[in-house]
Ligand binder design. Structure first.
Ligand code: FES
Length: 107
């Protein structure tokens, strides 16, 4: 199990517990977390699942693959070094907690 903390642009937080291997996008959708649309269902075709990972986790997650990096070029909110597409963020068993900041606009 892993605990994901979603932080909205207004600072409000939602904490959800998910099985390891679940994508951050699915964790948000299944738990009614607003601000992550996930329109393509995780097929790397929409960029509506943009989040910023907390800097404390940046070294412990697998880096984005070229397809994700390319699609990050079309996000509507400001792209930052910590930008990720949450459908591609799957937590390995070694990570039991993750904090992500929701970007504010998705489309
Ligand atoms: S859900 Fe469409 S790119 Fe992530």
């Amino acid at each position: 199990m892993a605990r994901i903390t979603f932080i909205q642009p207004d600072g409000s937080e939602t904490v959800v517990n998910v099985d390891s291997g679940t994508s951050v996008m699915l964790a948000a959708i299944r738990n009614g977390v607003s601000g992550i649309d996930g329109e393509c269902g995780g097929c790397l075709d929409c960029a509506t699942c943009h989040v910023y990972i907390d800097v404390s986790h940046s070294g412990s997650l697998a880096p984005p693959q070229p397809e994700e990096l390319e699609l990050l070029g079309s996000v509507t909110a400001t792209r930052k070094p910590t930008s990720r597409l949450s459908c591609q963020l799957k937590l390995p068993p070694s990570i039991t907690a993750l904090t992500v900041h929701i970007s504010g606009t998705q489309s």
